[in-house]
Design a protein around this ligand. Structure first.
Ligand SMILES: [Zn+2]
Length: 409
């Protein structure tokens, strides 16, 4: 519904992430929660005005691999989650969501929580305006093999784990299908499968596949029947290849992939999402945080390899989307990962695109977020300095607007 008087944001520079151009002296005309138009500053209509003429304006950033639920990772596995209630977990989301939004991320794809469906409650509370946070696309739970990277491990075999912590634990395509249906019925937006072992889940090996191609395909079929997609956690090449062949939309981490995996990704149009900043965080902060020797060892095994593979994938032309594994490091520092995209082969504009329009395309949400086209949500940020010269200016975002509302600045 166009209101009589629009909100006018005067922008010194606007990054057009669709064309890669920088537009100068523009006005963004905002009606309610949507962008109505981007015009020459001189042609702006009358209305309430926000002056960002000294700043660079760009779409709100998108993190395709966030975990807004839970305390920051302590690198000792996930058995402690038996001592945590869903309510306690949910309340961590309140501060994590706020920090993420104030860090310039107006949308996240939340790729899973062990306490099933807590992410969905956070998403809905933000949507209802009860809490300040980014728009969330949510996985609801992890689809994983018993004892796999998305299961609760590290407990004695006779200690039962409550079913709400094992909602997606599955053996065989039929059980995958049944669990995926249950996860969608609860309100999830997409499905996260754990195709290989994980760095932070004790007793699992990142190099080893944990689901069969048939199991992953069952999840993909159920997701596609609902018009959505599957994201696959995959470090090792074999697990990643099974996931790509089964039709997942993105490979998360991709630390130990090989040339054949990259070829398959190109052939299938699969996205690669690489969390690289958190590797530095884990190596630097892990010992202080009390990380187990096992987690430190697996971090060292995957960290440099991931960066090499990211560089190879960029060079080969694989679709890249931005994701950070927030929760390993403190929420709000998500933009630190941009510098790694640049260090390992992307131009600053490509890195920014991977965290805006490219990310929105991965989510299938480019009709609502990711650029400043008319009709999309008025989700935007402004920074001092030139992010095309130095992407690290995006690590400190002084102005954030979500849905036409100023949340910072
Ligand atoms: Zn993750």
């Amino acid at each position: 519904m166009p209101s009589a008087e629009p909100l006018v944001v005067i922008a010194g520079r606007v990054l057009d992430v669709s064309t890669g151009e920088v537009l100068t002296d523009r006005a963004l005309v905002i009606d309610g929660d949507r962008v109505r138009d981007v015009v020459e500053a001189g042609a702006a209509p009358q209305g309430r005005t926000i002056d960002l003429s000294g700043r660079t304006v760009l779409p709100g950033m998108i993190d395709c691999h966030a975990h807004l639920i839970g305390e920051m990772d302590d690198g000792q596995g996930y058995a402690y989650l038996l001592t945590r209630s869903s309510a306690q977990e949910a309340l961590t989301g309140v501060t994590n969501a706020r920090a993420t939004l104030l860090g310039g991320f107006t949308t996240v794809r939340d790729v899973g929580t062990f306490h099933a469906f807590v992410d969905l409650a956070l998403r809905d509370a933000i949507e209802e305006g009860r809490l300040v946070g980014p728009r969330m696309m949510c996985a609801g739970a992890y689809v994983t093999s018993p004892g796999g990277g998305g299961d609760i491990t590290g407990l004695p075999p006779d200690v039962p784990v409550p079913s709400e912590l094992r909602m997606g634990v599955s053996t065989g395509p039929d059980q995958v299908r049944a669990n995926v249906k249950r996860i969608f019925e609860a309100g999830a937006d997409f499905i996260k499968v754990i195709a290989t072992g994980a760095v932070l889940t004790s007793g699992t090996n990142p190099g080893e596949p944990e689901l069969t191609e048939e199991e992953i395909r069952a999840a993909v079929e159920e997701a596609e029947a609902r018009g959505t997609h599957v994201a696959a956690h995959a470090h090792g090449a074999e697990g990643a290849k099974r996931a790509i062949r089964a039709g997942v939309r993105s490979i998360e981490h991709g630390c130990l992939i090989d040339d054949e995996t990259i070829d398959l990704m190109l052939e299938r149009g699969t996205y690669l999402v690489c969390d690289m900043f958190d590797g530095d965080w884990m190596i630097q902060e892990g010992p202080r945080l009390g990380y187990s020797d096992e987690v430190m060892r697996k971090t060292e095994m995957t960290n440099d390899a991931q960066r090499e593979n990211f560089a190879k994938a960029v060079k080969a032309g694989v679709r890249i989307a931005f994701g950070t594994d927030s929760g390993i490091y403190p929420h709000g520092m998500n933009a630190r990962n941009l510098a790694f995209h640049v260090r390992f082969g992307q131009t600053p504009m490509e890195a920014i695109r991977s965290a805006t329009l490219g990310a929105a395309e991965l989510l299938g949400w480019d009709d609502r977020v990711g650029s400043l086209r008319p009709g999309l949500f008025a989700d935007l940020i402004a920074v001092d300095g030139d992010p095309l010269d130095d992407v690290t200016v995006l690590e400190d975002v002084p102005f954030v607007m979500k849905g036409g509302q100023v949340v910072k600045g």
